[in-house]
Unconditional design. Structure first.
Length: 167
């Protein structure tokens, strides 16, 4: 797995809930590619049509609050988001993101010092977040090696399959 992600910033505020990330009316599937066209549509109607593979979402407090559906991080992955950096995450979203292989970092300084359209680089191994547009960087707590492996394999299910195959 590449430990460095680079992308353009999509920035949102506080309390972005799972119904905003993927509205409940589209939950008849859990396929990321089918969820992607509707990702963020109730808060940013043009998002799904212009987000690029590898882009990075930056948000405020309590990102992913609301219902406990894993569809929200799946929709973000399907839309092309490679990583989410937020001031803080709702606990269930935090766990669901890891479970589906979406890297996430809590870093209040990065949220404060980043604007929509900035170019970010995130080093998954070191937790280093570099804003190439503004030439500033911050450090978030990186995941331990086993969680980096889990995320790199695409989440909990592929990780467990690998572990079971190894024994």
């Amino acid at each position: 797995m590449d430990t460095s992600l680079k992308g353009k910033v999509w920035k949102y505020g506080d309390n972005i809930d799972t119904d905003v990330i993927i509205p409940a009316r589209y939950l008849s599937t859990s396929l990321p590619e089918e969820l992607a066209p509707h990702c963020m549509e109730d808060i940013d109607a043009g998002f799904a049509g212009v987000v690029s593979k590898g882009d990075i979402m930056v948000a405020g407090n309590n990102f992913g609050c609301g219902s406990s559906r894993e569809h929200a991080p799946l929709a973000l992955l399907g839309a092309g988001i490679s990583c989410v950096v937020a001031r803080s995450f709702a606990r269930i979203f935090y766990r669901n993101a890891i479970n589906v292989g979406l890297p996430i970092f809590e870093c209040p300084e990065a949220e404060e010092g980043t604007q929509k359209g900035d170019e970010l680089e995130v080093d998954l191994e070191k937790g280093l977040i570099l804003n190439r547009t503004r030439n500033v960087s911050w450090t978030a707590r990186p995941f331990p090696p086993f969680l980096r492996e889990l995320i790199g394999l695409g989440g909990l299910v592929p990780y467990v399959k690998k572990q079971l195959g190894a024994s």
